[in-house]
Write a protein that binds this ligand. Structure first.
Ligand code: HEM
Length: 120
C-alpha cells in the first residue's frame, strides 16, 4: 500500500500538471478561442486538491507541511481574486501574478521543501 508521502508527492505533481492546463485554458480564453469555463472548473478542482495536500502533509509528510499550508492559503486568495477580478480589473491582474506563487508553492510541496528566500 502507498505511503502518505508517496500519495502526497503524486498528488502535488498532479496539481502542477492541472495548474499548467489551467494556464493554457486561461490563454485560450484571453485569445477568445474558448470560454473561461474550463479554466474555472480546473481552478475549483485545484482548490480541492490543495486542501487535500494540506491534510495529507499534516497527517504524514512533515517536510511538505509549510509549503502545503502556504499553497492552500495562496489558492484561497487565488479563487477570491478570480471572483472579485471580474468586477475590479486590478485585482484580476493580481490573480495572474498570484498564480505564479501558487506554482512555486506547489513545486516546493511536491519536493517536500519549505518556501524561503535564499540566504545572502
Ligand atoms: C493556479 C492558477 C490559477 C487558478 C487556480 C485560477 C482559478 C480561477 C478560478 C477558480 C476562477 C473563477 C472565479 C469565479 O468563480 O468567478 C478564475 C477566473 C479567471 N481567471 Fe484564473 N486561475 C489561475 C490562473 C490564471 C491565470 C494565469 C490567468 C491569466 C493570465 C487567469 C485568468 C482568469 C480570468 C480572466 C478569470 C475570469 C474568467 C471570466 O471572466 O469568466 N487565471 N480563475
Amino acid at each position: 500500500m502507498s505511503s502518505v508521502p508517496t500519495i502526497h508527492r503524486a498528488l502535488a505533481s498532479g496539481f502542477l500538471a492541472l495548474a499548467f492546463a489551467g494556464f493554457f485554458f486561461a490563454g485560450l480564453g484571453a485569445y477568445g478561442v474558448a470560454t473561461y469555463t474550463p479554466h474555472e472548473m480546473i481552478g475549483s478542482a485545484l482548490m480541492v486538491v490543495a486542501a487535500l495536500l494540506a491534510v495529507l502533509a499534516i497527517v504524514g509528510r512533515r517536510e511538505a507541511r509549510q509549503a502545503s499550508l502556504v499553497l492552500v492559503v495562496l489558492m484561497l486568495v487565488q479563487v477570491l481574486l478570480g471572483v472579485v477580478g471580474e468586477e475590479v480589473g486590478a485585482l484580476g491582474g493580481l490573480h495572474a501574478l498570484n498564480a505564479l506563487l501558487v506554482l512555486v508553492a506547489a513545486y516546493q510541496a511536491m519536493r517536500g521543501l519549505p518556501l524561503r528566500f535564499p540566504e545572502p
